[in-house]
Design a protein around this ligand. Structure first.
Ligand code: SAM
Ligand code: SF4
Length: 461
């Protein structure tokens, strides 16, 4: 597999760290500096309780300084489970004869979006299986994105559609970009070539370079906002983290900017997949927490996404260790938000989910921990993406803007969708958050708040 030097990674897997080295690396992270692959390998080698606590404390510190108390919320929208690939861990695999296939029409996609808007969602990750024809894929994805943006509920609209769909060529990505997508997300699954070939047995995805090329094609088409990640459980997780770091370094060298987000999905049981119930490299929660914390320290300005594959309790812990975006009340079944889909769910979903809380319950939990749930999409709408975003984020210029925008979206949620209990908790947190703002920011925020009280929505800076 290109970009990944397995020989170097295997030697880094032998790394050990002394106390002096650990302290030195952690003080570098506290200065918000990006780590080298060697330093990441040393942090991954930490095992004893005391050193791990130091790593967690540094991760919490970095998280707080860069992202403050904001947690961005999104929801996945699965539009089709038709797929021409056979990934042995996935319920949508072409060779899974149990799966009942469903490809939503554009009208159905719009209806599903309206259900999500009624709950208060503003950011969608559109997800689909991969069909054989690239032209069919492109037309369907563009139509799907348009359908989502067309949906509305009481003047509420989806602000940002990110996508997790099949690789494309440069020309197709250019077309997709004009449909108004935010992040293009695609997971390498495993960076270990032999394992990759063993698990991807059919279709375009069986070529391990197919997905690495997709990220290059997206950049070349002008999409500078990409999301990457390994599917944890397929191979040695430390190998995957270090290989992803190599991928990130390559992107930074080549395009001047790395991924906007990284994800660390863990494999879950999937209908019809024997492999998914018994993956070869299943990792426990403690290892998983360490990986999230080490990633937070290694690439401090890259968002980390956590899905509802993880339990409510673990997700609540992970927001403290570095996660900056979470999904809420997800269904991984096309048409899953209907309410009457459940009798078919076992034959239509991609995998099992562990956090089944509603959006309001998740918001309640975040508020009770002092976090500000955010539905903001201002950066993408104001072209603050890729290098532009990093130039503002690194000197800390973006923080005030983000705080204001997050509080505006929270107040909108409280007014339009929240339960009475959550509304009360939300206003109490807003009061505390306002006390931390400087006078100039407060003035801007108060004007936005007046607008909301007068029925005006969706203002941002
Ligand atoms: N078909 C496209 C692809 O494979 O990139 C996009 C959608 S796929 C539905 C999204 C992601 O789900 C995959 O990239 C994979 O990492 C993840 N996935 C597949 N099977 C899974 C399982 N059993 N448990 C957890 N995640 C899984
Ligand atoms: Fe298809 Fe994606 Fe599932 Fe693989 S992971 S079978 S490409 S939907």
């Amino acid at each position: 597999m290109k970009l990944v030097d397995e020989h170097i990674i295997n030697s880094l897997l032998e790394a050990k760290v002394t106390n002096v080295e650990l302290n030195c690396i952690l003080s570098k992270t506290r200065a918000l500096q990006r780590l080298s692959i060697e330093e990441t390998a040393k942090l991954l080698s930490v095992k004893d309780f005391e050193s791990l606590q130091k790593v967690y404390a540094a991760a919490s510190y970095v998280k707080e300084i860069i992202y403050g108390k904001r947690i961005v919320i999104f929801v996945p929208l699965y539009i089709s489970n038709h797929c021409s690939n056979s990934c042995l861990y996935c319920g949508f695999a072409a060779n899974n004869k149990l799966t009942i296939r469903k490809k939503l029409t554009f009208e159905e996609i719009k209806n599903q979006t309206e259900i999500l808007l009624k709950k208060g969602h503003k950011r969608i990750l559109m997800v689909a299986g991969e069909m054989e024809s690239s032209k069919e894929n492109l037309d369907y994805y563009v139509g799907g994105v348009n359908a989502i943006y067309t949906a509305s509920y009481n003047d509420n609209k989806i602000k940002r559609v990110n996508i997790n769909v099949a690789p494309m060529d440069i020309e197709s990505f250019k077309v997709l970009k004009t449909s108004g997508i935010g992040t293009y997300q695609i997971f390498q699954e495993t960076y270990h070539e032999e394992t990759y070939r063993k698990l991807h047995v059919k279709g375009a995805k069986s070529d391990p370079n197919n997905r690495l090329d997709a990220i290059d094609n997206a950049f070349k088409a002008g999409i500078d906002d990409v999301g990457i990640g390994p599917l944890l459980g397929l191979y040695n997780p430390y190998f995957e983290v270090l290989a992803m770091m190599m991928h990130i370094e390559y992107l930074e060298r080549t395009y001047g900017v790395g991924p906007h987000t990284i994800s660390v999905p863990r494999i879950e049981p999937a209908p019809g997949s024997v492999y998914a119930s018994n993956p070869e490299y299943k990792i426990n929660d403690e290892e998983f927490k360490k990986i999230v914390a080490v990633l937070r320290l290694s690439v401090p300005y890259t968002g980390i996404i956590m899905s509802t594959r993880e339990t409510a309790q673990l997700r609540d812990e992970l927001v403290n260790l570095g996660v900056s975006q979470i999904s809420a009340e997800s269904k991984v079944t096309p048409g899953g938000y209907d309410g009457n889909f459940s009798h078919n769910d076992n034959f239509q979903r991609q995998f099992s989910l562990n956090d089944q809380r509603t959006l309001d319950e998740i918001i309640k939990s975040l508020l009770s921990q002092g976090y500000v749930p955010s539905f903001c999409a201002a950066c993408y709408r104001k072209n603050r993406t890729g290098e532009n975003f990093m130039n503002l984020a690194k000197p800390g210029h973006i923080k005030n803007m983000c705080d204001i925008n997050a509080l505006v979206t929270l107040k909108e949620y409280l007014e339009d969708f929240a339960s009475p209990e959550v509304k009360e908790m939300g206003y109490s947190l807003i009061k505390k958050s306002k006390a931390r703002l400087d006078n100039a920011s407060l003035k801007v925020l108060d004007n936005f708040f007046k607008d909301i009280d007068n029925g005006i929505r969706d203002k941002y800076i």
